[in-house]
Design a protein around this ligand. Sequence first.
Ligand code: ZN
Length: 405
Amino acid sequence: MQFEVETTAGDARLGILTINGESLSTPNLFPVMNFYGGGAKTSVYGGGIHRTLKEFMIEADAVGDGSFSEYFDATMTSVSSLTDYNINKDRYDDYLDKPIKEREAFEGLESIIFADSGGFKFLNDGAIDGSDFEVEMDQETIYEIQEAFGADIIVNLDHPIAPDDTHDDRIRKAEKTAQNIHKFLTVSREFEGAKYLTLHGYNYSMMDEFLDVITDSVPEGVLREGFDGIALGSLVPKKDNRSALIQAVTDCRELMADWGMGDWPLHVLGISSRAAPILAALGADTFDSSTHIHNAINGKYYQSLMESTMIDDADFSECDCPVCRSDLLVERMNGNAEYQKDISGAVAMHNLIITKNELQTIRQCIRADGTEALVDYFEDTFGGDKTMRRYAHQVVNKSLGGYFA
Ligand SMILES: [Zn+2]
């Protein structure tokens, strides 16, 4: 893995992440993708709306002749998605039989695939419970799955904290995560790709204490040698709390610098895509989100990253994305489709394009001289939104040197 920061604007950094021959401009978004949704090869392994998104990703005939694969230059998949479809043992074995990118169904896929550890999901039940089998989910099994997927970025199995955890709870979880890290570094010695260390905490002192606990069992040098990046987790319960996000990411960057990890890439796990500009400005390099899918399922069509309308009220002629320019797909978004997934899948693809294009604009602003372009971008994007404006000002003052820098 290689991570090169080309230039900065305030705390925001413009970089290139290269893993296993694939390169990604950062800051950037990893859209959530269920590569295995319970189905067989003929249905691109199924998964309802996920199936439709995979058809866009591989530019299948079923979604017309537009060009969509570029929006999947990075993807986030979860080990725990295997639990969502009640699959049987044969299917489970089939899914693990061959890496994603070596499969005929995904031929030519050029994507940096990030596989999380499912820590959030396995915390309570600790197992994949299929229709006729059960697999105990420990660190070793999870690594085997990540490797079988052919993932490019992986994380250790973690024990995420919750907002109402006591101090003792958090220490206990950090100790368990430390055991997993120890195991993870042992079993993943031959792994070809990047390993990200999961970091938990809402502020500097919590994260610092987390690393103190971890380094009680895994020496700091081993940690620094064994990992390539940081994955900041546990923010999902707070994902709509912008102040908490701002504090966590700001403190995380400071902590990384203090622990000698300042030049590592920082990934923020599971965010709302509307928070992407703020996270980018604070110096997060990558993040993953499924907001474009959830909003589409709820009938929401993005007019911009900040504004959406119900699909029935949308004017598709105002968008020049390859979904809205396709007669076939507009027809579906107008409700003329056999399955709901064909309607919401097209909307999800449009929503994803809007989000990915926004990140491209943000990268251009970082590339420009000084912080002015990014500050202007914040003003244009959030100026009209009462709730977001306050946070935007906070970010401009904190990370971009203020309005009159
Ligand atoms: Zn569109």
